[in-house]
Design a protein around this ligand. Structure first.
Ligand SMILES: Cc1cc2nc3c(=O)[nH]c(=O)nc-3n(C[C@H](O)[C@H](O)[C@H](O)COP(=O)(O)O)c2cc1C
Length: 452
């Protein structure tokens, strides 16, 4: 595992972000806290989400983001109460005039105020607003009240503001906010290891701090407004993997096609219908500056063909229909290529890439697919075997590895397959981190052959 150094190693911090134009700076602040070794979870007011997307913060913090004060966590706990109990400091940056007013008067209408009311840990507040707003006696009275609570205020700075004017209201330089947090925690002993995990209360949290992306379900390709080409995938296998990763402490993003089962609460879900939409969702997670995840499991059944052109009106029965089909892009191959380009550009560690191959009759072609696709692991199953494949609760899979002999698992529940698969992924993630050579290594060249 990576050895961390910094002034906040092992510290658990909640970062509260409110609806200020300076909210974008919170991303950099989160990074600075992480560089100091802190484990950060994010709370946002609903207004803050107009300025910056929770997905960005969820991805970078590797924890679900708490936006809705009325929503429960995946484990049934109340988000703001678990934040209040689990963290060692709360940092509100940027803090709006509105939020200062709510906090000063104990009005718990958002997760950050509610967590601050429920906690006894140090609270650091960095206001940011227009100069006139900050100077107003109402705001000043609210700041004074927060000081009475024992909160540390990191005063805003004089400088150009979003309005184009110059005034005192600019969010403090980020290192000042980090320094204030370090100072606030300096007299406080680190909480005991027995404290509950930030995201939930699973018994095994070996994926804490990891971001796992899973594709699941089938894609559907429209013929006309009422008909489509689809496949028999129900999404059960991919969803079982997402559930298992979530229960083991990972931040999970599920790119979800056509499915028959509900995704687990607590997972970030990106709903898609077509192969093109799934491609767009994957592209968003594999930007040129490097992939935004540690593990990618492509368990979705992506259509191999789509109608050349979908009709915008219902096609009548008439004298029959001739469908002309185009091949869809190979999403796995493209994702692997984009990951390779991203890690070349950023030098970031290479994520573990896992493909699925639904075969009929035998899984003999899977070893060749593993090489062709450039993935680390390929999970193959014979979908014609009873109890294995689409719609069933069980699966018999063979896992092919680039670094070892294939492993044939017995018939298991899909959740058990997910558990064993994540065990094997974890071994490779850990060795990637202890062996810097492996981290820099590139995936073999991928071809454009379709997997599923
Ligand atoms: C573009 C824009 C920028 C804003 N920036 C700030 C700001 O920097 N500080 C502030 O106090 N309010 C700012 N506001 C107003 C807040 O968004 C508004 O008061 C909101 O209700 C705050 O909600 P919250 O405190 O629950 O996050 C801004 C509004 C807009 C439209």
């Amino acid at each position: 595992m990576t050895v961390q150094s910094g002034r906040l190693v092992g510290r658990r911090i909640a970062l509260g972000i409110t609806g200020s134009i300076a909210a974008y700076k919170a991303v950099e602040l989160l990074r600075l806290f992480q560089t100091e070794g802190a484990d950060v979870r994010v709370l946002m007011t609903p207004s803050a989400t107009a300025f910056i997307g929770p997905l960005t913060l969820e991805t970078l913090s590797r924890h679900p983001v708490d936006v809705d004060v009325l929503a429960l966590q995946a484990d049934g706990r109340i988000g703001h109460i678990s934040a209040a109990n689990d963290v060692e400091a709360i940092v509100v940056a940027p803090a709006t005039a509105h939020w200062l007013g709510s906090m000063a008067h104990g009005v718990a209408g958002d997760s950050i105020t509610a967590a601050c009311l429920a906690t006894s840990v140090p609270v650091v507040v960095a206001p940011a607003m227009d100069g006139g707003m900050y100077a107003h006696p109402a705001t000043q009275a609210n700041v004074a009240r927060l000081l009475e609570f024992g909160y540390r205020i990191v005063e805003p700075e004089l400088g150009p503001l979003a309005s184009g004017m110059v005034g005192r209201g600019r969010l403090a330089a980020l290192p000042r906010i980090v320094d204030a947090t370090v100072e606030a925690l300096s007299g406080v002993a680190p909480a005991q290891a027995a404290a509950p995990a930030l995201t939930s209360g699973p018994t095994r949290v070996d994926f804490a701090g990891r971001h796992v992306v899973v594709t699941a379900g089938g894609t559907i390709e429209p013929i006309d407004p009422v008909r489509f080409i689809g496949n028999r995938s129900t999404g059960k296998m991919g969803i079982a993997i997402a559930e298992e990763a979530l229960d083991r402490g990972a931040a999970v993003t599920l790119i979800l096609g056509n499915v028959n089962v509900d995704p687990p609460a607590g997972v970030h879900v990106a709903r898609v219908e077509t192969a093109a939409e799934m491609q767009a969702a994957l592209r968003a997670l594999t930007p040129p500056e490097g992939p935004a995840f540690d593990v990618l499991v492509m368990a979705a059944a992506v259509a191999d063909f789509r109608p050349k052109a979908a009709s915008d009106h219902k096609i009548g029965r008439g004298s029959g229909m001739k469908l002309e089909l185009d091949a869809t892009p190979d999403l796995l191959a493209e994702a692997v290529e984009r990951v390779r380009a991203g890690i070349r550009a950023s030098g970031a560690p290479r994520p573990i890439l896992v493909g699925f191959a639904a075969e009929t009759g035998s899984t003999d072609r899977a070893a060749e697919k593993l090489r062709a696709k450039g993935v680390d692991m390929l999970v193959a199953n014979d979908v014609t075997e009873p109890g294995s494949g689409f719609g069933t609760d069980t699966n018999r899979v063979t896992i092919f590895y680039t670094d070892g002999a294939p492993e044939q698992l017995p018939m298991l529940s899909k959740r058990e397959v997910a558990e064993l698969l994540l065990d094997r992924i974890l071994i490779r993630l850990d060795s990637r981190e202890t062996d810097p050579g492996a981290a820099a290594e590139e995936a073999p060249t991928a071809t454009t052959e379709a997997t599923t």
